[in-house]
Design a protein around this ligand. Sequence first.
Ligand code: HEM
Length: 402
Amino acid sequence: MRVVVDGAAAQDAHGFLAKLRESAPVCPASTARQAAAVLVTGYGDVRALVGDGRVRHDVRSKAEREAAAEHRALTPREELMYRAIGISMLYRDPPDHTRLRGLVNRAFTPRAVERLRPRLSAVADELLDAFAPDRPVDLVAEFAVPLTTFAICELLGIPQGDRAVFWGWAQAINDADAGDGYYEALAEAVEYLSALIEGKRADPGADLLSELIAVSDEDGDRLSPDELVATSLLLLIAGHDTSVHLIANAVLCLMGAPDQLAALRADLSLVDNVVEEVLRYESPVNILPARFAGSAIELAEGTIPEGETVLLSVLSANRDASVFPDPDRFDITRSGAGHLSFGHGIYYCPGAPLARLEGRLAVTALVTRFPHLRLAVAPDALRWRDSTLMHGLESLPVRTTR
Ligand code: HEM
């Protein structure tokens, strides 16, 4: 039986995934973007496959082979998709992945992230100052989105006046529906970033994009113009949507666990644990971007045939009782070790230090500023985004006063 991973599955993600872990941890599945795939939900298999070199990320090569078998070329939309994001490191295998990631690591350093801290903290304060005391505030739209937009745009060097469009692009690119809006967002983003990069090539600033343009390795290798566009779009999208939902999911978790919130208020140094447990318990990423089996892969539950699209749910793996005792309990005293929310192996998220900084700073600011913070609607009125990639709320209305 092929399970359909659709909007209803997103609304009850944990119930849907728990059933699969129990009865079919390696299961034929379809999504709005993948007509036929295998969905893997158990921790052991997900972790092993994330780090398994037989699982390939270069989806363009697979699409080209399939198009050739049908005696056709890639369609203009496919070409756009591969140009916009498909040549970024996330969709490449070694040695291309190694080369791109190495170049990005030279520019995207922990120091660059740490430099953001004071400005990020000031922006968090400004946003919280603007919260209306007498009406519900949407923490997604009025706090998490502007804060994380600021972080990634400051880092990359996106001019202030241009930033309003990015949240719309992130949603169009990451939501389940890959219709016209998806391709329009990709085309607009490519056009915008190409022009921005050319401008910075002529007139560099003190920012990550300018450094990515200039960076070269020992052999003098550099990012090509297309690679620069795809890399900056990957950083913008991967580094934005995810962090929005880390912050909103953190507030949701704390609102549902008053004892844990009280413990945090009593000892703010627990915020690091809080963020790790939120990452485990309500991972902002559900199913990792699709990859495929480069050769047949034998698992205890069956064989994934060569060429099959592989979908790995880290949201599910993080709730696997064989690794996390009492996994459906939000418990900030756990060690935090072992969750797969930032991936694992050579594709491990390079933005994890920035994501943790954003999460810790946002949670600390919210709980210290608003002792009466509470949900403004019943928890079951909250809607999850229709996305297989993201596990995030459409909005999170809260009240800040009694
Ligand atoms: C809570 C926030 C975040 C979460 C949960 C998250 C999660 C992930 C995961 C699971 C992967 C692995 C994808 C895979 O194996 O298919 C990944 C990769 C990546 N992330 Fe993040 N991420 C977050 C924030 C960020 C930020 C802030 C940035 C950049 C500023 C970023 C940039 C990237 C990039 C460039 C990759 C691709 C790495 C590669 O291909 O080697 N992420 N992220």
